[in-house]
Each structure stands twice: as structure tokens, then as C-alpha cells.
Write a protein that binds this ligand. Sequence first.
Ligand code: G4P
Length: 530
Amino acid sequence: MSFLTEIERRRTFGIISHPDAGKTTLTEKLLLFGGAIQEAGAVKNNKIKKGATSDFMEIERQRGISVATSVLAFIYKNKKINILDTPGHKDFAEDTFRTLTAVDSVIVVIDVAKGVEPQTEKLVEVCRMRNIPMLVFINKLDREGKDAFDLLDEVEQKLGLRVTPMSFPIGMGYDFKGIYNIWEKKLNLFSGENKQKVSEGIEFDDIDSSELDKTVGESAAETLREELELIDEVYPKFNSNEYLEGNLQPVFFGSALNNFGVKELLDAFIEIAPSPQPKKAEERQVDSKENKMTGFVFKIHANMDPKHRDRLAFVKIVSGTFKRNTPYLHVRNNKKVKFSSPNAFFAEKKEIVDESFPGDIVGLHDTGNFKIGDTLTEGEVLNFKGIPSFSPEHFRYVNNADPMKAKQLYKGLDQLMDEGVAQLFTLDVNGRKVIGTVGALQYEVIQYRLEHEYGAKCTYENLNVHKACWVEPEDEKNDEFKEFKRVKQRYLAKDKQGKMVFLADSAFSIQMTQQKYPTVKLHFTSEYDQ
Ligand code: G4P
């Protein structure tokens, strides 16, 4: 297969949803179509379960599962599908944001009864900002839920999307009869039994045919005709370019649990979803069809075995062919490195591979050389953009609880931060370290992992910080900036890259600071130039 064909056949995407909307179930059904797993139930649920076990034990269990489900790849109709796992739990939102830098499109799953939920809103906002093409799957049609049109309105309003229904349900919950596939002009009828069977659907070119009345009943047929007419009048037609530019979002209905509407979603997905896209580096834009290999690290996973501090760095190939045992430039370290056992991911296994193509994810064994955001090339100095740090929501001082183990503590903190578990800030005034996290759970993770993997002990101390703002002065030499630094000295810190950060104690303080020092810009992400 030629290099260009390899690129064209790849679809790398993420599924995003609020917990419980059905992401795991949908993933599992998609894998079934790829023949990647034999039966449902094989994709482990990677949710944080409440209750039974203590939080950090649960996190350890999680970490084991999430290595396995980080990338699920399979072949369907000769397309190579790479699904990148995105944690739904809000405390791990930052992992999800980072993973979204490595996808070429996403599928948004919405629960028909619950509608648009907070976590969906946040994630979709990030996708919208980056113009990532999105497909929407409205799930659980076998249950009573909101009216389909109301739901489409809600998706438009709350998520700020412009939708075009590609399929439409006939009834819902108890009365759910099936789905009319507008895209393929087919009718799929629902049968509650035999949940793994994929119905091929009945061709229904002419919706006015009396066959429809016979199949679904007169009243349901009439309603469907009216609804389709309304759709035709009200919603924009599907347009591939608009979808690819992130300006139009096709919507599908179905029930993941019953494997209903999933094949239609997948068939449309492989047709319309983009193959690997160009990616911006600070220096220039890199096209996937370029021959020279480039890629970037979007995720680092620590090994489960604390005795070997081995980690797996997940690299998304942006261009060229990644080859085993070939030296590549690790741009940040300015060092050539080669990899004797790069892993590729298939369903739930990983295997050593000789070659990977744009859109693929390779897992590279690492002993601490990689950081999230690092770029690999064949020699060109490139730094891929788009892996920002968001302001954490929680802040605590970290103290060393065992003076004999200071070195271990700092090494551990350093490596955990490289993995992206949390962010570390160093206060200018006294050099104290502050850990910032998205969720409170991370403090437990850090404490537990420092002790078990590095033999270091830490304690935390509360600190009143509302948000971390990255500081960008218009002019470093002007008096306003000097005064800002003098007055706010107590609140200034450096992030791990040495960038200046203002740890504001309240929203009011941010507002006042912005008013008082208009030439000193405050940003809520570390990558503010894009
Ligand atoms: P998540 O990954 O987005 O968090 O959701 P997940 O797939 O785990 O699904 C959450 C719950 O919703 C599960 O039930 C799952 O069986 C159910 N579900 C998913 N799709 C459908 C659907 O189309 N129809 C109906 N009726 N239910 C659906 P659970 O009881 O929480 O878990 P389980 O015990 O079934 O695993």
C-alpha cells in the first residue's frame, strides 16, 4: 500500500461525553464491527467507581485499565480506525484536553434523557475553539427521553453547534420502532432481542411509499414524513467542507447498548471523517503527506511496576513514516534517539511494529526523557503547538515530610509533572513549591505515587489561590510592568517552563489587576499566542 493510501485510510478520533452517557458502550460496539473483539463486555469500564475501594486504589486500578484502552485500533472496511481514550471524570479533564490535540475528529455522545451535560459542554468548547470536526451521537433511544427536536435545539444552544440530522428516530422508549437513516435513505427497525445482531436496514428511497405505513404503522409513518419535511426545511444540508471546518455537526440517533444505529454512525464516519490533518508547529505548518517523519508526545503513562521507572510516551505521528531503530531528533533535548521496540496498538493489545504512519499512535518506552508536548523529527527543529496547560482549579503547598528523601521527592515531583499529573509552581518570594491540579483526587494520586514509586513522603498545606494566570507584559521594561511585579510580588511564581505566573486569590483581584495594569496581559492557559 502506498504512503498516501496509508494516510487516506486512517481515521484518528476521540469519543467525548459526560460520564454515563455511553462512551464505553459505544466504543465496545465500534470494536465489534472491526472484529477486534469477539463479544461485548471486553472493553473495561474505565470510570472511577465510587464507594467500595479507597480513591487511590481505584486510581491504580484505573491506570492499569487506561494503559490498555489508551488507543484502540481496528480495521473496518479497509480503514484503519484509531480511537483515543478520553477520561470522562472531571478530575482528569486535562488528560482529555491533551488527547484532543492528537485527534483529527471527535464523536460527541449525548444521553437522550439527560441532554447536554456540563462535562460535554466543556469538552465541546475545546473542540470548537480548535475547529475539530464533530459528529454527535444521541444515545439510549430505547429509553424515554427528550423530544428529538428539543434535543437538537438544546445541542445548538448549549453547545453552540450548527446541526444537521443524518438520521431520525421513529418513536422513543417503549414506542421506539427504529431509525430512518436520512444519509443512506434506509429504515432500520428495532428489535429488542438478539442485541448483537446488526440489522442491514431496508432501503426506503421513497418515504411516501405505502410500504412505510405497512412497516411501522400508519400513524408513525405519517409523523416520520412530517418530521422529515420539517428537517428538510429547518436544518442545513450536510456539507462535507463545512463539517471538516468545524462549522456543521451531523447528528445520529441510536442505542449503543442495543447496537442500534451504531453501524450507520460508523459507516458515515469512515466516509466523511477526516484523514490525518496538517498540524501547526511554532515554526511552520506540517502536512501529513510530507515524507519526513514528525510527531509529538501527547500523553505519558507511568509503568505499573514501581521497581522499573519505565514509562510509555504516546506519540502521534503527524507526517512521514515512523521506523523502528531509526534515529530521530528529540527537539527539546537536541539529541538523537532511536527506539528498538516502538509499540503500536490494536484493540486491546500492544505489539512491536516496524512502521507507523500519520494518524497512528506509537508508544515509546522512556526512562524520563520525554515531556508532554515534546516533538520528534528527522532533524528539523520543530515544536508542535497546541498542548497548553490550563489554569488548575486547586492549589496546595507541597512540603517534604522526610528530610532524608528530599532528592527523591524532587525527582518524583519532576517526573509526575512531566507526565502531566499536575502542575508545579515555584513562588518567587521564598521558593516554596505549589502543586496545582484540576481535581482534588490528584493530590492523593501524587502522595501515593511519590511514596510507592520514589520512596518519598509529602504533606500538603492549603493556600488561597483562585486561578493561575500566565503573565504577558506588552513591554518588559515599562514602568507599569515593574510596578505590577513590585506590588504583586507575593503572588508571583514560575511554572515548570520558567514562565511567569500570577497566582490570583480571587476573581475580583484578577479584574482589578487587569484594570490597573492594562499592558500586562493575563492568560488562563500557558499557550496564549494561538
Ligand atoms: P460512559 O463510558 O460514558 O461513562 O458510559 P457507559 O458506556 O459506561 O454507560 C453508562 C450506562 O449506560 C451503563 O449502564 C450502560 O449499560 C448504559 N447504556 C449505554 N448505552 C445505552 C443505551 O443505548 N441504552 C440504555 N438503556 N442504556 C445504555 P450501567 O448500569 O451504569 O452499567 P452496566 O452495569 O450496564 O455496565
